[in-house]
Design a protein around this ligand. Sequence first.
Ligand code: IPE
Ligand code: IPE
Ligand code: MG
Length: 262
Amino acid sequence: MSLEQLLTSIPPGTADESLARQVNVDRLPAHVAVIMDGNGRWAEQRQLPRVEGHRAGIDAVRDTVETAARLGIRVLTLYAFSIENWKRPASEVSTLMVLLKRYLRSELKTLLSNNIRFRVIGRTEDLAPDIQDELRLAMDRTASNTGMLFNIALNYGGRAEIVDAARRAIASGVRPEDLDEERFAGFLYTAGQPDPDLLIRTSGEMRVSNYLLWQIAYAEIYVTETLWPDFRRRHLLEAVLAYQKRERRYGGITAPAVIGSR
Ligand code: IPE
Ligand code: IPE
Ligand code: MG
């Protein structure tokens, strides 16, 4: 996919088109990670039950996934449900799971037509069997796609991931003296994927909420006041443009010639 691909789906003369034209495709973040936050507040503002915010959030997911794939982002990771989110009322949790299932069913065609590979990261073994089946189906059906990798973080916790990686490292029999950062990263759920270059959080909260703790070591953080259900192509393009203005240093003193890994 490419900018041209994206432009074919944007009506000419619109603000979205002008934003898209400003993007430097040679400096795209290889991996964009998103903390989709603010669904509850979106619903509260409308005197609706919180779950209506989650329902509305699906449109934002659809728009973001398609825009990222068309733009040529290599990896997109969306935070859909944290291990800590089990603290919420059971009815909210079960609605979230039903919505996820419905999304996967209805969007599989779109994932396939956009050449998107779907993966799940998190402790999926603790999810209900019907959810696990649905996830497995989406992963299997999209496994041979070669375009964007779309990770959904589900029953995910950054610390849990690091513990799971440590367990796998020990089980693999790797000798402690042979374990370094690169090798350890190979035991994470995201093994083989580039680290996020850009971390987006919606709804204005300035925290990482246990998301990709290892991988975001040098991610550029972009927080927008926009609530997740209102997030659209325009907002993703704005985030990418803001990212492209950043100077990344990685602890050094000069900006590298190329931002990200492409
Ligand atoms: C994000 O929206 C969705 C999930 C965490 C599943 P919230 O439900 O956290 O919305 P707020 O933060 O209460 O507004
Ligand atoms: C982070 O949002 C988790 C997801 C987006 C799935 P939360 O709403 O759960 O985070 P906190 O509680 O505000 O830190
Ligand atoms: Mg929240």
